[in-house]
Ligand binder design. Structure first.
Ligand code: NAD
Ligand code: UFG
Length: 333
């Protein structure tokens, strides 16, 4: 199939391009490079032997996006990764988040309808479930989101569902990711946040390499087995393969799938596994809870297994080993 990948040079998008190409799909990438580097395209080529067509275009720019669609009448579908994703930044800059994430979704789905590109796969997040007991199931009612970033995901899901309702030939797949971590096993692709990382795994990687002195564990008094926060961490390569399954499945209408492992892992388990697998020290201290954090959540991953034939197969050891390999690789982006 011919797939347009927005945000295709980012963390999840780049891994997905590699898996799509490995499965004989043709990829066209649009990315405005706000949170990625052009070298990622070279890495995709190095890994696959194929250099996808790349357009340094902002998805909110309807004229520029129209030109991409006009140049590629062969497109069968779109995977929409492009978006801003830092929860804390979204609280400080709500307009930037609402504008970028919602306008990009509207401009893109409008172009799809105009050009009869009838498949859209959207990067949503477990954050749309809000605060309710795990495991999260796709048929649960969604609770109020707690920050502008999360709201852009909930509203984008609604926009895409409404447009599909008005255009019965449009198939929309909403993929709710849990906590994507790890990196490509080659060490060529991974997550390289600028500045001090907000998320646990990139922060642990910086501590492991000695770039940051100590990890703060945000709370050890949660009602979890060891008192630290529990999440459903999923290897980014497994996540990327979930997109290939979603692209290849014969979906009609609007479908929602969790992409997670179904297993909760605590912060302390991550730290211990990272240290043991990589033979490194992770100095840490217990700090107060981070405002807005939930104690524990994880997916019910059964629907993606039953309907897409997809299950996450990589282990916690794979996640921490690949994260450290990317962090210490000479080819670091
Ligand atoms: P990322 O920042 O690495 O990738 C996003 C890419 O989109 C970047 O390359 C960026 O340059 C590009 N981009 C942003 N706005 C754009 C615009 N207006 N036009 C064109 N390109 C634009 O993030 P990621 O971790 O790969 O996440 C991909 C998607 O998955 C995002 O929508 C994110 O919200 C969602 N998601 C991520 C996580 C996570 O923990 N990483 C969890 C749930 C959902
Ligand atoms: N944590 C620490 N120390 C740190 C960073 C994180 O103890 O320095 C803890 C957190 O308190 C939490 C766990 O590690 O218990 C995971 O935190 P992350 O920041 O890595 O991830 P979150 O679960 O908070 O959020 C992530 C993405 C969101 C997305 C959400 C969806 O950042 O964009 O998953 O599940 F919405």
């Amino acid at each position: 199939m011919n797939i347009l990948v927005t945000g295709g040079l980012g963390f999840i998008g780049s891994h997905t391009c590699v898996e799509l190409i490995a499965n004989q799909h043709q990829v066209v990438i649009v990315d405005n490079l706000v949170n990625s580097k052009p070298e990622v395209l070279d890495r995709i080529e190095k890994l696959t032997g194929v250099r996808p067509r790349f357009y340094p275009v902002d998805v909110t720019d309807s004229c520029a996006l129209e030109a991409v669609f006009a140049t590629h009448p062969e497109l069968d579908g779109v995977i929409h990764f492009a978006g801003l994703k830092a929860v804390g930044e979204s609280v400080e800059k709500p307009i930037a988040y609402y504008y970028n994430n919602l306008v990009s979704t509207m401009v893109l789905v409008d172009a799809c309808v105009t050009h009869r590109v009838n498949r859209i796969i959207f990067s949503s997040s477990a954050t749309v479930y809000g605060d309710q007991p795990s495991p999260y199931r796709e048929d649960m009612a969604l609770m109020k989101t707690t920050n502008p970033y999360g709201e852009t995901k909930a509203v984008s899901e609604r926009i895409l569902s409404d447009v599909a309702g008005a255009n019965p030939t449009l198939a929309v797949t909403l993929l709710r990711y849990f906590n994507p971590v790890g990196a490509h096993p080659s060490g060529l692709l991974g997550e390289d946040p600028s500045g001090i990382p907000n998320n646990l795994m990139p922060y642990v990687s910086k501590v492991a390499r000695g770039v940051l002195p100590i990890l703060k564990i945000f709370g050890d008094d949660y009602p979890t087995p060891d008192g630290t926060g529990v999440r459903d961490y999923i290897h980014v390569v497994d996540l990327a393969k979930g997109h290939v399954k979603a692209v290849e499945s014969d979906i009609q209408g609007v479908k929602v799938y969790n992409l997670g492992t179904g297993k909760g892992i605590s912060v302390m388990e991550i730290v211990n596994a990272y240290a043991a697998v990589n033979g490194v020290e992770i100095p840490y201290e217990i700090a107060p809870r981070r405002p807005g954090d939930l104690a524990s959540y994880y997916a019910d991953a059964g629907k993606a297994r039953d309907e897409l034939g997809w299950v996450a197969s990589l282990s916690l050891e794979d996640m921490v080993r690949d994260a450290y390999r990317f962090e210490t690789s000479n080819s670091h982006l």
